[in-house]
Design a protein around this ligand. Structure first.
Ligand code: ADP
Ligand code: MG
Length: 339
């Protein structure tokens, strides 16, 4: 008898949870991305105790078919990838079919969803990966998912959670990024009943910037718009006087996905070069749109990192676009010629 066995689904999910669900903010990110993929125009996130006690995400998206509500929690179960070829042309935020089973393995989940306007939907309750309930119930169209007691059955992970304030900070960051990436969606974030973010959803990115960074800051941002055969760039860049002490104010969004990319950060910094004091960073929100085949998002379980197939060209395009706009905006002291 050999010693190798295939892990059962329960253990496999707990292992995957270690990668996908690092902390409350990772749960919020995954659930909000599901709501965006479902075409929601309004997404409400309610959390308690930094998300450690409760995370609830309510959307008005497509909802889930009643017969799919349990299957959504199966490992590698997704409605977003139909063929292997799709993997190289991803247009949705999710595609790995890992979030729900991973989250359900380490918490108590209640999913309420309806894909129609009859007032009827399905409720599924799963605790620590075990199905407790799956039945028809009253539900408005859309999805309402509640995660309670995250990591209740993985005490080692729970021990690594920081203070409520720190976890809340991470959740807010996730929400800010999603709101910036999707000005067309109305986002609400409430913590213990207090509203921390409310975006209107009218599609105006400057309005979202104002709701996150404040009106005065938003007044010092100028809109950018630039295009070549492969890439389309839009968004807002801060005037050089608007400096920050860290890189956190450089937001890059690729095809509706907030990403972090060293090359793009460097390109932005090169464009601002000499305009910023040393160790200060600009505030920019850049939206890049490109054909999905030009970007590989299947690099990292949380999909925060991506790879670009024409990296050098992309970086040069971004750098040039920003530099051109800055040179128009910034009053460079003119040397007055004397006759
Ligand atoms: P993925 O997003 O990678 O497909 P998930 O585990 O996050 O995997 O979700 C599994 C499936 O459940 C999704 O493919 C989708 O069909 C369905 N689903 C999850 N959340 C929602 C939602 N808020 N609205 C509609 N469908 C959802
Ligand atoms: Mg998902």
């Amino acid at each position: 008898m050999g010693k190798i066995v295939v892990l059962d689904e329960h253990i496999a999910n707990q292992i995957a949870a270690g990668e996908v669900v690092e902390r409350p903010s990772s749960v919020v990110k995954e659930l909000v991305e599901n709501a965006i993929d479902a075409g929601a125009t309004k997404i409400e996130v309610l959390i308690e105790e930094g998300g450690l006690e409760l995370i609830r995400v309510v959307d008005n998206g497509s909802g889930i078919d009643p017969e799919d509500c349990e299957a959504a929690f199966y490992r590698h179960a997704t409605s977003k990838l139909l063929s292997g070829r799709d993997l190289f042309q991803i247009r949705s935020l999710g595609f790995r079919g890992e979030a729900l089973p991973s989250i359900a393995a380490v918490s108590k989940v209640r999913l309420l969803s309806s894909n129609n306007d009859t007032g009827l939907g399905q409720v599924v309750v799963i605790e620590g990966g075990t199905l407790k309930e799956n039945e028809q119930t009253a539900a408005p169209k859309g999805t309402d998912i509640t995660i309670k007691e995250l990591f209740y059955n993985t005490p080692a992970r729970l021990k690594y959670m920081k203070t409520i304030q720190t976890e809340l900070g991470h959740v807010s960051d996730v929400m800010y990024r999603q709101a910036l990436a999707h000005p067309e969606i109305a986002f609400i974030l409430r913590h213990n009943g207090n509203t921390l973010l409310q975006s209107q959803g009218g599609g105006d990115m400057l309005q979202v910037i104002a709701s996150i960074y404040g009106i005065n800051t938003s007044k010092k941002m100028v809109s950018i718009s630039s295009e070549n055969l492969d890439y389309k760039l839009s968004g807002y860049i801060g005037l050089p006087e608007l400096t920050r002490s860290n890189r956190g104010g450089m937001s890059t969004i690729v095809n509706g996905r907030y990403i972090r990319n060293q090359g793009l950060h460097q390109a932005i910094l090169r464009a601002y070069h000499t305009l910023l004091p040393i160790n200060r960073y600009p505030l920019v929100v850049l939206m890049l749109d490109m054909h999905p085949s030009l970007v590989d998002v299947n690099v990292h379980p949380a999909k925060l990192e991506v790879r670009f197939s024409k990296e050098a060209e992309l970086n040069a395009f971004v750098e040039d676009s920003i530099r051109r706009l800055l040179s128009e905006q910034v009053l460079i002291p003119q040397v007055v010629k004397q006759n």
